[in-house]
Design a protein around this ligand. Structure first.
Ligand code: M7G
Length: 329
């Protein structure tokens, strides 16, 4: 199985880097499990993606000679502005460098105060081939997955190749991210844990992104859901929307609750985002609204075992090669 004993550090709330990059590759290696204080020990071997729309850059590399054979991913993402804090940006600390002026139009580069200019940093260390593939810009294709294709190709593939779920069990067993838990329902059958997604700093409501992870093990994805799971799905929908309403002031009508198909991690979880946040993975080829899923199963109990479900696959994935060899793609 890929990605065993992965460690993920969300360095979002650490102090901004103060050290310069060390010269000569003698930087202290990053010990697994330690919190990072800066990125000076990271050596980038390759840029996997650089997206000007999402303002992200992803590099694969390593943490120095004393950490041989271990690769790491560093994902940097410019954070959204806080509309309420606009005044703080208009100070002498925000120096302007003119690019050009033309009539009424002034164009400048603005260098704002360091504390207001934090970049979200996610470090995945050690990173598996699957992690690296996930962040690499690639050609993608849509697969129309019939129940037969699921049983004969996708299921055997994901059983052999899926990413390690240790981070999920760590959350459910209170070994990680305990202080981040927003709500917990301990019922073994309909229970779940609601917490901020890795992608959210837990603060900026405009990019609100929470994850509800079900307690039951063995429900891999949308494909497994039947009428037996309706109480679980209803419980998650009702409680999570109530809690998001109470805690973050968002009514149900302003929340997007959805599944991914295919997910990256095959332990059932539901994404909750602010509706007006253009979150990654909300496109029609991947996102399935929780309310639609409930309605579909109420109409046809084995709906997700009988329909053709589309999903996207990257051209460099092993699954693409398997589907291609079988003439499905
Ligand atoms: P997915 O639909 O399986 O795949 O969602 P995706 O990552 O392609 O969207 C898994 C979700 O879990 C994603 O939204 C991840 O950002 C989130 N996630 C992944 N990890 C490893 C963690 C973690 O360690 N902690 C938290 N809180 N969220 C995570």
């Amino acid at each position: 199985m890929a990605g065993t004993d992965q460690k993920i550090h969300d360095a979002n709330e650490t102090e901004p880097p103060v050290k310069k990059h060390k010269v000569g590759g003698d930087a202290e290696p990053q010990a697994n499990g330690d919190d990072l204080t800066d990125l000076s020990a990271f050596r980038a071997d390759r840029i996997l993606s650089c997206d000007s729309r999402n303002k992200t850059i992803v590099a694969v590399g390593s943490f120095g000679a004393a950490d041989p054979g271990q690769r790491a991913l560093v994902i940097l993402e410019k954070k959204p502005f806080d509309a309420d804090g606009f005044d703080k940006l208009c100070t002498v600390e925000s120096s302007l460098k003119k690019v050009f002026r033309n009539d009424v139009y002034g164009n400048y580069d603005c260098f704002i105060e360091r504390e207001l200019n934090a970049v979200k940093a996610t470090v995945i260390h050690p990173a598996s081939d699957k992690h690296i593939q996930k962040y690499e810009t690639q050609l993608i294709h849509i697969v129309e997955e019939t129940p037969e294709v699921y049983k004969s190709v996708t299921l055997p593939y994901l059983e052999n190749e899926q990413l390690n779920l240790q981070w999920v069990y760590n959350i459910l067993e209170h070994k990680s991210e305990v202080e981040r838990i927003v709500f917990e329902d301990e019922d073994p059958s309909v229970g779940f844990v609601l917490l901020p997604d890795l992608k959210w700093d837990g603060k900026d409501l405009k990019s609100l992104y929470l994850l509800a992870i079900v307690r039951q093990t063995g429900i891999k994805s949308l494909r497994d859901l039947t009428a037996d799971h309706l109480p679980l799905l209803q419980n998650i929908l009702t409680k999570c929307t109530n809690i998001i309403n109470e805690r973050y002031g968002l009514p149900t009508s302003r929340i997007r609750a959805f599944f991914h198909y295919q997910p990256t991690f095959y332990h059932l979880h539901i994404h909750f985002t602010y509706l007006q946040y253009d979150a990654p993975g909300i496109h029609t080829e991947r996102a399935h609204l929780l309310t639609s899923v409930i309605n579909n199963i109420q109409l046809v109990p084995n709906y997700y075992q009988t329909i053709t479900l589309p999903f996207t696959v990257r051209q460099s994935d092993k699954l693409f090669t398997v589907l291609n060899k079988k003439g499905i793609l």
